[in-house]
Design a binder for this molecule. Structure first.
Ligand code: FAD
Ligand code: DHB
Length: 393
């Protein structure tokens, strides 16, 4: 494999978007992905995109299908004590949200990359990274049964939480917290039962009603962290969703065939700095937020936008300022989002050892949020996404 300017490890949203942003600025890259194309295009995960993320994708020419197929939301519902409370997000914070499945976005990004003719290798796991303290790092990867070397100027570690990039960096500090609960996520072939997302805080635990299209509903249930999918047959899932999404009047949860079911841990995790010499970490490789705030994918988008600008400056005229400030710029937003995601998670979930005192604090917070314009506005501006940092374009 010939040398490239940027070796990108991982073809998730972070790696694929970075590849495209670099391509638009004439910078060459090679993307290495451990899994098959069909695997990454079918992996059901996030669904909520901030307006800032959509604007960036649009500017990069990556959002044609997204604009045709997305659902645009201007509010959400918080459900507790059997009553739903509408939060008018756009009215409060001036931005809209887009519902568009992460696997659809990945499918679009893969197609865009292949169109450029630049390399994207599937079934090509990176197995190690060397030479990070030289001007020419090397990524070792396996392809077609052979171990290969990719020489480059920079490595972008976009390989998610379980990748090889972060372990290749020395001197990082980890900050983490594991929640005593997880999410069971299902995708069902049935029309959504409500127009908006419903975040429900119930005495039995959290539930979330979301959607992907007029015919696909996405639902989540708080479950124990050691729960297995086999312990949750479809009838149990629907019964528990009905209980937790129940309200005193006017709501019926429609059910249908469940076509995807998975358990996801809830975790808060950050490494500092997000860089080691010529290796830059982006997206889930550098930080994880609990899914409640719908922020992980959106954070990944901001990271690579900042990184693409920094690399552009460096390749254009050797200006390293953007690379030097990359980690601090990203971490400022990461910690704001960490706090918001932790706060929203703690407000809505039932801790296994929850005492009545804690439950009353949660309900008090929810009542405040749904009755005070100031509290609702603060929630809304975080949920719709704070403005992108300077330097992210
Ligand atoms: P990933 O998507 O994990 O991609 C990393 C890629 O690297 C993968 O394709 C992997 O196969 C590859 N890889 C790993 N190791 C190697 C290797 N050694 N060599 C080569 N390739 C490798 N976020 C939101 O913003 N909004 C939401 O609504 C939302 N909901 C979520 C719901 C669920 C159930 C889950 C699980 C997550 C949700 N998220 C949400 C988070 C979001 O999905 C992630 O933050 C996002 O996928 C991060 O993208 P990434 O590219 O950094 O990492
Ligand atoms: C979805 C996921 C989330 O984590 C969230 O907070 C809202 C919606 C979704 O997959 O639709």
């Amino acid at each position: 494999m010939p040398r490239t300017q940027v070796a990108i490890v991982g073809a998730g949203p972070a790696g694929l978007l970075l590849a495209q942003l670099l391509h638009l600025r004439g910078i060459d890259s090679v993307v290495l992905e451990r899994h098959t194309r069909s695997y990454v295009e079918a992996r059901i995960r996030a669904g909520v995109l901030e307006q800032g993320s959509v604007d960036l994708l649009t500017k990069a020419g990556l959002a044609d299908r997204l604009h045709r197929e997305r659902l645009v939301h201007h509010g959400l519902e918080l459900l507790f004590d059997g009553v739903g409370h509408h939060v008018p997000l756009t009215e409060l914070a001036g931005r809209e949200l887009t519902i568009y499945g992460q696997h659809e976005l990945v499918t679009d990004l893969v197609a865009a990359r292949l169109d450029t003719g630049r390399p994207l290798l599937f079934e090509a796991p990176a197995v190690g990274i060397d030479g990070l303290d030289t001007d020419s790092p090397v990524v070792h990867y396996v392809h077609n049964g052979r171990t290969e070397e990719l020489h480059c100027d920079f490595v972008a570690g976009c390989d998610g939480f379980h990748g090889v990039s972060r372990p290749a960096a020395a001197g990082l500090t980890r900050y983490e917290y594991e929640y005593p609960y997880a999410w069971l996520g299902v995708l069902a072939e049935v029309a959504p039962s409500a127009e908006e997302l419903i975040y429900a805080s119930h005495d039995r635990g959290f539930a979330l009603h979301s959607m992907r299209s007029p015919t696909l509903t996405r639902l989540y249930l708080q479950v124990s962290p050691d729960a297995s999918v086999s312990a949750w047959p479809d009838e149990r899932v629907w019964a528990e969703l009905r209980t937790r999404l129940d309200r005193t009047s006017g709501f019926e949860l429609a059910d249908g065939p469940i076509v995807d079911k998975a358990v996801t841990a809830l975790r808060s995790f950050v490494v500092e700095p997000m860089r080691y010499r010529r290796l830059f970490l982006a997206g889930d490789a550098a930080h994880i937020v609990p899914a409640t705030g719908a922020k992980g994918l959106n954070l990944a988008v901001v990271d690579v936008a900042v990184l693409a600008s920094a690399l552009t400056r460096w390749f254009a005229d050797g200006d390293a300022a953007g690379l030097e400030s990359y980690s601090d710029t990203c971490l400022a937003r990461v910690w704001r989002v960490q706090h918001f995601s932790w706060w929203m998670t703690s407000m809505l979930h039932r801790a296994p050892d929850a005492d009545p005192f804690t439950r009353r604090l949660q309900l008090s917070q929810l009542r405040y949020l749904t009755s005070s314009a100031a509290a609702a506005t603060s929630f809304a501006e975080n949920y719709v996404g704070l403005p992108f940092p300077e330097g992210a374009q």
